[in-house]
Design a protein. Sequence first.
Length: 128
Amino acid sequence: MSVVSLPEVARRLATLVGRRYGAIQRLADSSGYNRTSVERYLKGERLPPLEFLACVADDHGVTLDWLAGREPQGHESADEAAAATPAPDPRLDLDPDILEALRLLQKLPRRSRLLLTALIREMLPPDE
């Protein structure tokens, strides 16, 4: 059984998120955790809860194992994480307004994204 290293979790979080105030506040807003807690996670003062780590992993396209320091291969820099994000499928040919709405939706806190997704599904006609 691998042990999760608090300093390694903090280092990898900081690699993905950065330590600037704006980046920390955006992460706090998107994850639903307060800024002080996020700062403590980034400094290695507290081990983040699983829900927080899952939110960060999903948003940055990394695995929980990598973020927890249990997976040596993976994204060793934020640039690599960004480069590993899959490009949109050119076959989708989405309307620019829809693409902008999707970009805005991604900036919302996770709970808000889930709520809006559920509302949109309710508005769609049933599959036949």
